[in-house]
Design a protein around this ligand. Structure first.
Ligand SMILES: Nc1ncnc2c1ncn2[C@@H]1O[C@H](COP(=O)(O)OP(=O)(O)O)[C@@H](O)[C@H]1O
Ligand SMILES: [Mg+2]
Length: 253
């Protein structure tokens, strides 16, 4: 399975090029489904070691872009280049790719064997996504949020240099979602580059170095979340009920 292609000027190991190197380079993507135009000329870049999110409401075309990046879907025109080998790429597209009748641990152990990883990495990874108490649970018995965490664990198991995550926190409660965001930031600090989609603006504001806003098949704005808020005069203080709960109970929702 060939999920990627290197693009000109970028080696498989872009040592010494940290600041300049782009791991994802999308240019003028166009995709129609029959009469329906989904993407009408989308361009953006994801640089090494940044957390970049594609933001947009449901139906905006986020998953279509990821499907094109991972070669599951072919664009009508334009290019979508990913500078990572399959082994360097961690994907979380949906909750697929997990064996429902196996335990969390057995699911990851299968992949650990394929990639020649020590089995202690399985436990370590499950703990990092908050599934340390569910190591022996069968996947079919997990809640949706737990399955989502297991799918993320599978994506990060072999410490890929590029993570592509489609709505990684969509089925999670706010506390767990925050934990996942912290984990993503740690992975980035350890050298990973992260490209994700979300419709959670608040999460994107806290998590991302840069975001691109996708609307009606086009990127309508791009930049750091704070700079976008500043330029649109949107730095207002909003009531934060979650903070009240946290202050009163010491427990994150
Ligand atoms: N295989 C497909 N056939 C027809 N229409 C599709 C297909 N996949 C996606 N679409 C349409 O493309 C649009 C964008 O979908 P999607 O990329 O899944 O959006 P998002 O991930 O932002 O919610 C939607 O209107 C969806 O119905
Ligand atoms: Mg989607």
């Amino acid at each position: 399975m060939k999920l990627f292609q290197k693009f000109p000027g970028c080696g498989a190991e872009p040592r010494g090029l940290k600041e300049e190197t782009k791991l994802i380079n999308v240019k003028n993507l166009v995709k129609n489904y029959g009469e329906k135009s989904v993407l009408s000329g989308v361009s953006f870049e994801v640089k090494t070691q940044e957390i970049f999110a594609l933001l947009g409401p449901s139906g905006a075309g986020k998953t279509t872009i990821i499907n094109i990046l991972t070669r599951l879907v072919e664009a009508d025109s334009g290019t979508a280049e990913v500078a990572a080998t399959t082994r360097q790429l961690g994907l979380m597209l949906d909750q697929g790719g997990l064996y429902p009748n196996l335990s969390c641990s057995d699911n990851l152990s299968l992949y650990a064997r394929i990639y020649g990883l020590p089995l202690k990495r399985v436990k370590e990874t499950l703990e990092s996504v908050g599934l340390g108490d569910s190591i022996n649970k069968t996947v079919s018995k997990l809640s949706r949020g737990m399955t989502q965490r297991l799918a993320l664990a599978r994506a990060i198991l072999y410490k890929p240099k590029l993570l592509i995550l489609d709505e990684p926190t969509s089925a999670l409660d706010p506390g767990t979602a925050r934990g996942i965001c912290k984990l993503l930031q740690t992975l980035r600090e350890n050298g990973a580059t992260i490209f994700l989609t979300t419709h959670n603006m608040d999460e994107a504001l806290k998590l991302c170095d840069r975001v691109a806003l996708l609307h009606q098949g086009e990127i309508i704005e791009e930049g750091s979340p704070l700079s976008l808020c500043e330029s649109r005069n949107a730095l207002k203080t909003v009531p934060d009920l979650e903070a009240v709960f946290l202050e009163l109970t010491g427990v994150a929702l």
